[in-house]
Ligand binder design. Structure first.
Ligand code: NAD
Length: 260
């Protein structure tokens, strides 16, 4: 149902973004993947999307630190694939530390990659969507767009910020056939979660098992990690015609976390 659409998914060399990119490709969308990582591994991921789903898939190395490189990523989609119909802002990083010890450079990087990058990509993609009278903007926020946790000040600030950006964009384009929504996952088992466990162990003085069960899943009433496929499923639904009236929504998919 998404054939003839072109989708850009930022931060899609790994984790949730890769799951969403593969889900969109399975529906027939041509894809621009993006993210950091080993070039050989990225090429394997890119080629697999083309061969498994029979769509075109290109890689953009745009660093989400750079508004100019984000512009180049959108231009690549236009020049090589013919447009940008679906934009998924997913790239994200995390750092866990008490606020009075939080490194300035980590704070700035988190705000830049998790929030400011989405401003640049939306700004560049909106004229293309408006010209077609159709578009889908999906921002991968977090349960931390709705509630806070200690030691994640930059991440919580960026995710609350992207919820506000999402609502504002939705209002600005409400009559243009374009929707903008934020998906707010609880804990999903990805490299981002795995790599914050050691810092959380130090910050809270806990073992790895204690961090998983007493910190991560403590917040999640289902006591299960959300799966990448479940997040991708919600993103695909938001791209469907059935979701045309869902806009400006901040949608939890968090095993009941934010029901607390
Ligand atoms: P991940 O670490 O597996 O993937 C992050 C992706 O972003 C990777 O492809 C990485 O290369 C890319 N990236 C990082 N810095 C970049 C940069 N400067 N420029 C371009 N790309 C960059 O993480 P994930 O868990 O899949 O997270 C994806 C999104 O989901 C993030 O926005 C994250 O905040 C959000 N999220 C994750 C969880 C979770 O539990 N895993 C929960 C809620 C929200």
């Amino acid at each position: 149902p998404l054939d003839k659409k072109v989708a850009i998914v930022t931060g899609s060399t790994s984790g949730i973004g890769l799951g969403i990119a593969r889900g969109l490709a399975a529906q027939g969308s041509d894809i621009v993947i993006n993210g950091l990582g080993d070039p050989v591994a990225i090429e394997t991921v890119r080629a697999a999307i083309e061969t498994e789903f029979g769509v075109r898939c290109l890689y953009s190395s745009a660093n989400m630190f750079s508004g100019a490189e984000i512009g180049d990523m959108i231009k690549l989609a236009v020049d090589a694939l013919g447009g940008c119909d679906i934009l998924v802002n997913n790239a994200g990083i995390q750092h866990v530390a008490p606020i009075d010890e939080f490194p300035d450079d980590k704070w700035e990087a988190i705000i830049q990659i998790n929030l400011v990058a989405a401003f640049h990509s939306v700004k560049a993609a909106l004229p293309l969507m408006k010209a077609r009278g159709w578009g889908r903007i999906i921002n991968i926020a977090s349960a931390h767009a709705l509630v806070a946790s200690p030691y994640k000040s930059a991440y919580v600030a960026a995710k609350h910020g992207i919820a506000g950006l999402t609502k504002t964009v939705a209002l600005e384009v409400a009559t243009a056939g374009i929707t903008a929504n934020a998906i707010c996952p609880g804990y999903v088992w990805t490299p981002l979660v795995e790599t914050q466990i050691p810092d959380t162990m130090v910050a809270r003085g806990l073992s790895k098992e204690q961090v998983i069960h007493d910190v991560l899943l403590e917040a999640q009433p289902t006591k299960e990690f959300v799966t990448i496929d479940q997040v991708a499923g919600l993103a695909l639904f938001l791209c469907s015609d059935a979701a045309a009236s869902i806009t400006g929504a901040i949608l939890p998919i968090d095993g009941g976390w934010t029901a607390h």
